[in-house]
Design a protein around this ligand. Structure first.
Ligand code: AMP
Length: 147
C-alpha cells in the first residue's frame, strides 16, 4: 500500500525517535510527503479548565520549550522540512485530525505503549487518535525503557 502524505505526531520526548524513523521509512518507500505535528496542551485544559491563576507566562514557556525541542528534531532529521512541521495549541486528537484533513494526509503515525490494566482505562493518545480518524493510523509499538 502506497501513501502520498504521511503525518507523524510526536510528543517531543526521546521516545519520538522510533516513531519518526518508522514514518520516515514509509515516506521513503511510498515516496510520500512527510509532515510532523506536536500539540501543546493548554495548561488550563490539563487542570480541568478551572484554574484560579494566570497561566499565560507558564504557557508561553511551555510553547517556547516545545519550539526549541522541535528545532532540534528538524536539525536531527533533515528530511523534516520546517515548512511541514506544525506546532499548535489544543487537544491532541482534535488537532491531529484537523491537520490531517486540512493537509489531505492519508496516514497518521503515532507511538503506542501497549498499555495494560489501569493505564489502559486512562487511555492513550494513540487510541484517541484512532477513533474518528480521517485516514489510516499506524501505531508504532514503543518498548518501555526500564526506569
Ligand atoms: P501517549 O499515549 O500520550 O503516551 O502518547 C503516545 C503517542 O501519541 C506519542 O508517541 C505521539 O505519537 C502521540 N502524542 C502524544 N502526545 C502528543 C502531543 N502532545 N502532540 C502530538 N502527538 C502526541
Amino acid at each position: 500500500m502506497s501513501y502520498e502524505h504521511i503525518l507523524v505526531a510526536v510528543d517531543l520526548t526521546e521516545e519520538c525517535d522510533p516513531v519518526i524513523k518508522r514514518a520516515r521509512e514509509l515516506s521513503v518507500s511510498s515516496q510520500a510527503k512527510l509532515s510532523l505535528v506536536h500539540i501543546v496542551e493548554p495548561m488550563a485544559m490539563a487542570f480541568g479548565g478551572d484554574v484560579p491563576m494566570d497561566l499565560s507566562q507558564l504557557q508561553q514557556q511551555q510553547f517556547d520549550q516545545a519550539k526549541e525541542r522541535l528545532d532540534r528534531l528538524i536539525a536531527k532529521y533533515p528530511e523534516l522540512s520546517k515548512d511541514h512541521c506544525h506546532l499548535t495549541y489544543g487537544q491532541p486528537r482534535q488537532e491531529i485530525h484537523h491537520l490531517a484533513k486540512e493537509q489531505q494526509c492519508d496516514l497518521i503515525v503515532v507511538g503506542s505503549h501497549g498499555r495494560h490494566g489501569l493505564a489502559l482505562l486512562l487511555g492513550s493518545t494513540a487510541n484517541d487518535v484512532l477513533h474518528g480518524a480521517p485516514c489510516d493510523v499506524l501505531a508504532v509499538h514503543l518498548i518501555k525503557r526500564p526506569s
